[in-house]
Each structure stands twice: as C-alpha cells, then as structure tokens.
Write a protein of this length. Structure first.
Length: 138
C-alpha cells in the first residue's frame, strides 16, 4: 500500500510541475506556444527513452543505494528550476532576442488592430449628404 501511495504523490507532483511548465511556455512564447510545447515534449520523451538504457550500467557501477540516491539528488537539484524561472525569468526574457521579437510583433499586431477599429468607427460616423443618421422615413 505504501509504495502505491508514494507513486500517487509522485504522479501528482509531476503533473503539477508539468502543467506549470506548459503554462510558462504558453505565456512566454504566445503565438509560438505550440512549437515550444512540442519541443518540451520531445526533450522529455527523449530523456524518458534514453534513461532506461543508462540505468543498468549506472546501477552496476554505483550499486543500488548510490545509483538511486544519485537520481534522487538530481531530482532535488532540479526542484530549484521553477523558482529560478520565477526570480530570473523576466530578465532572461528581456535578454532573449526571440522574446524581444515576439514583443515587437505583439505591439505591431495591437497597433494594426487599433487602427482597424478606429477605421471601423470612422466609417460608422460618416454620413452621406442625402442621408440623415438616426432618422427613418415614415
């Protein structure tokens, strides 16, 4: 029962971490979010496919206790990553040329949308010389 309960807790933690990663990718890469999520999924799947090939030599060389401890220490070290993104994520995005490009494109799209809306409002306001706005023929 206890190993199963530990697996449930591990699965919940992994799911929460993965959902936070996906949310971060969507917020950071906006229009390219699908590509960013595909890259994250590919890297995660690649590590998941390669790690089993490394386990047998690792357990032979280090023994059960140290090999398992090594994986645990690696997991604990990676717990810092989400907090690092919280603290330095904004600075990393400011320095990223790609994120600067995204910010510029977003401003251009917002400006084009604003101009389009202003153009629609001006078209509504214009009245033909033989037309009286707001009055109907009775």
């Amino acid at each position: 029962m206890v190993p199963t309960a530990a697996g449930v807790l591990f699965g919940m933690g992994y799911l929460c971490l993965f959902m936070a990663l996906l949310n971060y990718l969507v917020d950071a890469y906006e229009v390219f979010a699908a590509s960013a999520m595909a890259a994250a999924s590919l890297s995660r799947s690649s590590f998941g496919a390669v790690l089993p090939f490394a386990t047998r030599p690792m357990y032979r060389a280090l023994g059960v206790a140290w090999a398992t401890s090594l994986l645990g220490f690696l997991a604990v070290a990676l717990c810092v990553v989400p907090f690092a993104f919280l603290k330095w994520g904004g600075r990393m995005r400011e320095r990223s040329k790609f994120c600067q490009y995204l910010r510029m494109k977003k401003k251009e799209e917002e400006e084009a949308l604003r101009k389009e809306r202003v153009g629609e409002k001006e078209a509504e306001v214009r009245v033909k010389p033989d037309e009286v706005k707001g009055k109907e023929d009775v």
